[in-house]
Write a protein that binds this ligand. Sequence first.
Ligand code: ADP
Ligand code: MG
Ligand code: ZN
Length: 607
Amino acid sequence: MADRKQSPKRPLIFYYLISLAVLLIINAFVLPMFMRRQIMEVDYSTFLEALEENRVLKVEMSADGQELAYVALDSHGERQTYVTVLMPDPDLLTRLRSSGNVRFSRIKPVEPNPILTYLFSLVVPILLIFGLGRLFSSKLQTKMGDIMAFGKSNARIYLKAQTGKTFADVAGQDEAKEALKEIVDFLHDPEKYTRIGASLPKGALLVGPPGTGKTLLAQAVAGEAQVPFFSISGSEFVEMFVGLGAAKVRDLFKQAEEKAPCIVFIDEIDTIGKKRDQAGFSANDEREQTLNQLLTEMDGFDSRKGVVLLAATNRPESLDPALLRPGRFDRRIPVELPDLAGRIAILKVHARKVAMSPQVDLEAIARSTAGASGADLANIINEAALRAVRQGRNRVEQEDLEESVEVVIAGYQKKNAAISPKEKEIIAYHEIGHALVAAKQTNSAPVHKITIIPRTSGALGYTMQVEEDDRYLLTKEEAFARLATLTGGRAAEELVFNTATTGAANDIEQATRLARSMVTRYGMSDQFGMVALEQVTNPYLGGDTMLSCSSETAAEVDRAVMGLINKAHERAISILKDNMDKVHELARHLLAKETITGEEFMQILNA
Ligand code: ADP
Ligand code: MG
Ligand code: ZN
């Protein structure tokens, strides 16, 4: 990001020394020279000499008769004023008369003009100091400012020209862009919203894995909005001294309110927004104070004034729930890893910046980089350009790109982000398994999106496909259908690959929890009927349950749970077996596109 231009670092004393030196020069040389030119003090004898040589033009005696001022021609023949101490000289008048046409008098006391002296010895130097101060004032001010702003926020203001990023620089991420456009629109024309009483969310939280372009999106918002943009990274809040983080937050919001409409962007908010400890003794008091201040400020400001708060994090689960409450970061903008189309678009954006051979096939590169983030892709293009230079070429060829895919992917395969083609295939069948079992049981589109790209939500990262709307009442049949759907992923793996993978861990967990609740809490099992075997102990803190029955009963509960899951699994297997061609067709389609919509899914299924 562009930063404010820093003045060269020079100590304050430097400027004082310059001023002092100038003053001394004035006092020692300039001023006396100036004064000497006006009036020169000489001996009486010098006066008499000048008088004898007829150089004296005019003589004036001071009022008290102690001094004598005269104008005479100096050795260069120029008029010069002199003063001398008057000696008791009875012949003075005769001398004056005999020396040509000297005009003499005693009326005006000719002394060095006191006003002039005052002006030159005092006022001028003072003015000079002020002038110099002015001259350096900008530098001085920043210096002083930096000292005074100890504890103030380092928030930097970015304007359009400075970030230079717009939405055009962000490829893919259409949903995120759409959500952010509304915020930009609000800042352009707040009237439009306030007229009908709508107020925009105070805060929007960009959530997604690292390198997906969250920071980039925020910069683009700044570029598009053309309003002041305060940007600060969460880590900058974590200060050495207790209390400074909180002070920074306060200052940041004060500045923002003065500059409204504007955007405040807190990057990596998880560094300050971590869950506060429940225990009374906190090891991280400072961070907590900062977070508390942030919460207070968020409650305090009015979004109608036009301050919009943006934040980004790749660890939303670690955020303090208080931050996510309505009225705070009440809008979540998911920024997910790009799918095939997204990867092609990102590669294109970055390929514009380097010289590419026209033969380059970016789609092929995109196909081989499933699971790569935007940052990875930008890196691939850059690595390819570097390789081309090393090879002494002036254009990037396909082989450079292929080579750098290896380099970059090897880099992040360690991080476990990339998906191999074989894994992709298994994931595709797994997801189709879920979706098809769900669709066949309810006869409706199971989801609005099926994807094989890892997701932020969900333990293992793949969107589970069956985002049924939250229903308050679930019939026994529906609960069982949901169980079957949960086992559908594993069932597809077994049928197609004749093996099982770890990918179903989350499904198994969910299925077990649901089956258990069916038996112990909902009274949906044949064995137990309507006997509450479990109590929810703490409905607000996650809802832990406690079994309240004998250990023989507990063993029987386990058997009932297993029975339910097995039955559901069998149903999933039979549904998939009956529709095997569709399973293959859908999985192939999903493999090719990586993300398909619910409608697309139903179209193929019903074709
Ligand atoms: P995050 O903040 O989500 O970790 P960044 O915004 O810092 O990620 O992205 C890092 C870099 O990756 C960006 O500067 C950009 O070059 C590239 N990048 C990431 N996502 C995209 C995208 N959707 N379009 C274009 N470039 C992207
Ligand atoms: Mg970032
Ligand atoms: Zn699954």
